[in-house]
Design a protein around this ligand. Structure first.
Ligand SMILES: O=C(O)CCC(=O)C(=O)O
Length: 276
């Protein structure tokens, strides 16, 4: 199936709301392949770490920088993905900052406090928040019951808020969040597998713990434009233009897990570098 680029009305919606949902951006076969790989992937499991939320509940993730020729890398490098990112970020070369597999397990998957991704990335020395975006691909259903993402519509227009430690996460300054909650619509981003959420690096978002009996897994990839060179980030993936592959590459290549040589983030680095 050939995917077309985003329309001008989708781009305008992203600019206005700070996010855009594209239903069925990845198809059933592609997601079945990804989720099957992810759940059986020892390398992924060996490099996973837990972050505690404020109540001590754990949220598990595996994060890596450079996208390879494995199935996850191909997905993040497809024309479809990089084309959509280009359409939303505008002129500049699209680079992959990092991807993370979010593993929010039934009953134990912890919450994410209100934050902006740029609240973390500012501390890595990125200067231009408009050149940065996160893309969440749902690998399982995401519902209010299993702790789907919540966003504050239009909150990206407030600019960067101060972020302070909340558990082992960075949380936005709460008096500002409380005021934003009074002024912006709160949207529960419920997704089917394959649906994809694109969101601005200054969009306020959070998620509640997964108290249901269903997992909530997703792949979140962060992209950056090459001109936005950070002065505190050592990894160069974020300023290396993505080697784009065709949309068919995911299904036409042999299913491949991440290599053990992948540049994974280790938890101690996450805490000091604020990468997340
Ligand atoms: O997946 C989630 O529940 C939240 C993830 C998140 O907020 C983030 O990665 O910035």
């Amino acid at each position: 199936m050939a995917y077309t680029r985003l329309t001008t009305s989708q781009q305008a919606q992203y600019d206005q709301d700070g996010y855009l949902i594209v239903k069925k951006f990845f198809n059933t076969e592609e997601i079945a392949l990804l989720y099957g790989l992810a759940t059986g992937d020892d390398t992924m499991r060996n490099h996973a770490f837990d972050l505690n939320d404020q109540t001590g509940k754990k949220t598990r993730l595996t994060l890596w920088f450079t996208p390879g020729d494995d199935t996850y890398g191909l997905l993040t490098r497809t024309e479809r993905m990089t084309g959509a990112v280009q359409d939303l970020l505008g002129d500049g070369e699209v680079c992959h900052f990092h991807s993370k597999l979010m593993q929010k397990e039934p009953k134990v998957g912890g919450a994410w406090e209100w934050h902006q991704d740029y609240g973390y990335w500012y501390k890595n020395g990125f200067l231009y928040p408009d050149a940065m975006i996160s893309v969440m691909v749902a690998l399982t259903e995401a519902t209010q019951q299993n702790g789907c993402l919540q966003v504050l519509k239009g909150s990206h227009k407030m600019g960067r808020l101060e972020h302070l430690f909340a558990g082992e996460q960075q949380g936005a300054d709460m008096p500002f969040v409380e005021e934003a909650l009074n002024r912006c619509e709160r949207v529960y981003v419920e997704l089917e597998p394959g649906d994809t959420l694109f969101f601005h690096s200054n969009l306020l978002h959070m998620s509640e713990a997964n108290l249901s009996d269903k997992p909530r897994w997703s792949l979140i990839s962060a992209y950056n434009l090459s001109y936005n060179k950070p002065f505190r980030e050592k990894n160069t993936s974020c300023i290396t233009p993505v080697k784009v592959v065709s949309d068919n590459a995911i299904l036409e290549s042999a299913p491949t897990s991440l290599s053990d040589q992948t540049d994974f983030l280790r938890k101690e680095n996450e805490i000091t570098l604020n990468v997340k």
